[in-house]
Design a protein around this ligand. Structure first.
Ligand SMILES: [Cu+2]
Length: 105
């Protein structure tokens, strides 16, 4: 990557909408908030996974996701437009309360 990128949004046929979310500590409670965009600087790696920090949230699943299945997801970047990826469904790790509480996949 030679330039910063900005993730503006995402979509998937697997759900009605895909939102960008960020986990934040509010006192000793983990809160989730919707973010409009995610900016990634050169040389920086942004990891999105259940239970930590930034994540994508599928809202209104067309059908339940099954472990081991894959589904297509389109990431929309300000700089280079749409990027199609495949998401591999894995169960949330045990002990990851945030993942269970928010039904992440
Ligand atoms: Cu979320």
């Amino acid at each position: 990557m030679s330039a910063p990128v900005t993730l503006m949004g995402a979509s998937s046929p697997a759900s009605d909408t895909v939102e960008l979310h960020e986990m934040q500590m509010d006192g000793d409670m983990m809160q989730m908030r919707h973010v409009d965009e995610i900016h990634v600087e050169v040389g920086e790696t942004t990891t999105m996974r259940p239970g930590g920090g930034l994540h994508l949230m599928l809202i209104g699943l067309a059908e339940p996701l099954k472990e081991g299945e894959r589904f297509p997801l389109t990431l929309t970047f300000a700089e280079q437009g749409d990027v199609d990826i495949e998401v591999w469904v894995q169960s949330a790790q045990e002990g990851s309360e945030a993942a269970e509480g928010h039904h992440h996949h």
